[in-house]
Write a protein that binds this ligand. Sequence first.
Ligand SMILES: Nc1ncnc2c1ncn2[C@@H]1O[C@H](COP(=O)(O)OP(=O)(O)OP(=O)(O)O)[C@@H](O)[C@H]1O
Ligand SMILES: [Mg+2]
Length: 251
Amino acid sequence: MVRRIKTGIPGMDEILNGGIPERNVVLLSGGPGTGKSIFGQQFLWNGLKNGEPGVFVALEEHPVQVRINMSQFGWDVRPYEEKGLFAMVDAFTGGIGEAAKREKYVVRDPDDVNMLIDVLKEAIRDVGAIRVVVDSVSTLYLTKPALARGTVMRLKRVLSGLGTTSILVSQVSVTERGFGGPGVEHAVDGIIRLDLVEIDGELKRSLVVWKMRGTAHSMKRHPFDITDKGIIVYPNKVLKLRGGRAELELI
Ligand SMILES: Nc1ncnc2c1ncn2[C@@H]1O[C@H](COP(=O)(O)OP(=O)(O)OP(=O)(O)O)[C@@H](O)[C@H]1O
Ligand SMILES: [Mg+2]
């Protein structure tokens, strides 16, 4: 029996046959505004509610902004930080600014992957993390694509080696069909892709689980919504994209 970590996102664990196999490193890929950060934050929050400590690595947004964004969904991580059950790794500010001085885990040079990994390891050990989200890994190699695979492999060794189940957010452009480059796509244990497509003047959200080592999973494109409580996935619905038109079907 594979041990699984439940995402706790309504509908998502049904699609994954019960959850993400333990220690998997999952690439969460999608274009701008597709819901990657919210998905990752909800995954961490559900862990905290379940007694599983977590770490969020903020590379894209100010840690203060991440906490504000999360609290808008009712996910207030501050009490968990105070109890040593949640850590925010600040790989955004470089320690610059008043707010950064209050952060406990600061990567002084966010371009230095060695430093990032050292701070991340410390945070994982301190809180005893079961779940980790890195938002986003693309930031680490956007300007140096040749380093992508090596960077992801190093992160994977640390994350899986320390026993965490993790999500690496990967940014792709609106038109790109892939998930973040061949080196990265083969290195990770799982790929979940979030999409936003315009149909008849309306943007529709959907996701697919492209791969997930260690488990069978849905092979369908499922619609999902973002609400003021977070993401809701519809495991019993499939979004069919046909020649630019989408059809929603119950399955
Ligand atoms: N309370 C809410 N209710 C409904 N939808 C919301 C709410 N808050 C945010 N959204 C939607 O979520 C989107 C942002 O999601 P998120 O930040 O997870 O995107 P992302 O994939 O991380 O994008 P990026 O790659 O730009 O960081 C917004 O553009 C908006 O459409
Ligand atoms: Mg984001």
